[in-house]
Design a protein around this ligand. Sequence first.
Ligand SMILES: *Cc1c(COP(=O)(O)O)cnc(C)c1O
Length: 233
Amino acid sequence: MADEIGPNLARVQERIALAAQRAGRRLSEITLVAVTKTRPPEDLAAVYEARVRDIGENRVEEAAVKKPQLDLPGLTWHLVGHLQSRKARQAVDLFDVIHSVDSVKLARKLDAIATERARVMPVLLEVNVSGEESKYGLLLADRAAFEVAVSEVADLPHLHLDGLMTVAFVARDPEEVRPIFARLRALQDELRTRFPQATWQHLSMGMTDDFEVAIEEGATMVRIGRAIFGPRE
Ligand SMILES: *Cc1c(COP(=O)(O)O)cnc(C)c1O
């Protein structure tokens, strides 16, 4: 597989560029986060070699094992999977950005730890746009409750709330999830007006099966694993 990572990555980058072009967007506003979950450190080194600097992992324990095995300067580590409160401390120490803040309780915990560490932690709020029970993320059904949660997170002094993240449902045709991404984008525009104390720079949306549609709908970070590294076991 390692031999295929370079060509796979080049193809993904080309598809990102074409999607940006179709949407009339600048390529520089879109970051590819290479999702290396379940992959060995050598695979991570292979994308580093090809100048990828943003790495996504979905589990704190896995990053804790992998990170010390690598000596690659200048990497930005993104936590993209669900974070349990009891692992918040480790997450703050291992990651540069947390995409998966899905409760006020977790946000408060991260803020307390970041305060101890005298740092400000960049975070995104994960939104469960479709409301599926199997998914993590803040729900939109009760809009008032959602906005109370956003305002609490936005006001935490040691978190830097910088946007939204979502995971779309699995679809046969990526067009089926376009409305999910459009909804997240519209939500971000509303929140920007309602909560100007946060920066709302990022929309983390789009994975192997749907990243082009996500870019057309405004994604600034796409999280891609299989299209680069091949299928997971
Ligand atoms: C695994 C994962 C990805 C990448 O998924 P692929 O389908 O392999 O591109 C993106 N985001 C999250 C939250 C993930 O867990």
